[in-house]
Ligand binder design. Structure first.
Ligand code: GLU
Length: 278
């Protein structure tokens, strides 16, 4: 498990990342990283340790309006800065954050290496940006390169990928959670709602094999049919305070005390909100 958040919009993306990742730290906290899209380059900061100890002035990055962040709980590869996400493609034009496990990553790594790609981490996740570049180098656009890459994957993923070219951001999932937050001309793609709830309460929960592309406009499509789909936009009724520990010293204690309300709410949930997560 780990936490991811992508942001595209007019705010200072670094501040969104920092707050978002702190709220996702319960999902993983051995290391963290942020990729910031600035003009014609992607700047990356990665550190071992907890994001909760970091403040905005510690991020030696320029302000940006597109960024990806990740707080990791390692499954493949040691806890090192190199293995922390986001991972970049060899041409440094594509950044990806990943939650999940790529079971056939050895085979995919070997293929990429045979094509001349130099992989710099020990993770399963690093294959995503390189494979996307591999397909883009063959003339495919960003979205189709992401789709082709996902056809190669055995395992689980929620990924957010972004491309320097036209600052396009794509989110897609299979087996790991991903939710889109829709603000006023701004978009959030995160593992969980509290990562962006202070900015918007309008959300679309992605189901398995659904992709969202945030570019000039926003488009959802199915990986299975390769057709556009319509998504229900839901309005979150709870606020950010309810997602915090509040008066309780631990989340577990809060959960135990709130069970009488949680069970009632869960039973009243509409079917489209019930999704498989890892
Ligand atoms: N498998 C990836 C890694 O080890 C992601 C970890 C996760 O989702 O927990 O970096």
């Amino acid at each position: 498990m780990c936490g991811i958040i992508g942001y595209k919009g007019p705010r200072n993306a670094l501040s969104v990342e920092l707050k978002g990742l702190k709220s996702l730290e319960y999902r993983g906290y051995d290391s963290w990283g942020i990729a910031s899209f600035n003009g014609d380059k992607i700047d990356v900061i990665k550190k071992v340790g907890k994001i909760s100890e970091i403040s905005l002035k510690d991020l030696a990055l320029e302000k940006s309006t597109l960024s990806l962040g990740h707080t990791r709980w390692a499954t493949h590869g040691n806890v090192t800065e190199n293995n922390a996400h986001p991972h970049l493609s060899q041409n440094r034009k594509i950044a990806v954050v990943h939650n999940g496990i790529v079971e056939n990553f050895q085979e995919l790594r070997k293929f990429l290496q045979a094509q001349g790609f130099h992989l710099v981490s020990q993770t399963d996740s690093e294959i995503f940006p390189h494979y996307i570049q591999y397909f883009m180098d063959q003339g495919l656009d960003f979205e189709n390169s992401v789709k082709k890459t996902l056809k190669k994957i055995e395992g689980s993923f929620a990924i957010v990928a972004a491309h320097l070219g036209n600052k396009e951001m794509i989110g897609v999932r299979r087996g790991s959670p991903l939710v889109l937050g829709l603000g006023n001309n701004e978009y959030f793609l995160a593992s969980d709602v509290p990562a962006f709830l202070e900015y918007t309460n309008r959300v679309a929960y992605l189901n398995d094999d659904e992709l969202v592309n945030i570019n000039e406009d926003i488009k959802f499509c199915s990986l299975i049919t390769d057709k556009k789909i319509k998504k229900h936009i839901d309005t979150i009724q709870w606020d950010i305070e309810q997602a915090r520990k509040g008066k309780y010293p631990h989340f577990m204690l809060k959960e135990i005390n709130e069970q009488k309300f949680t069970i009632k709410k869960a039973a009243a949930q509409p079917a489209y909100l019930i999704q498989k997560t890892t």
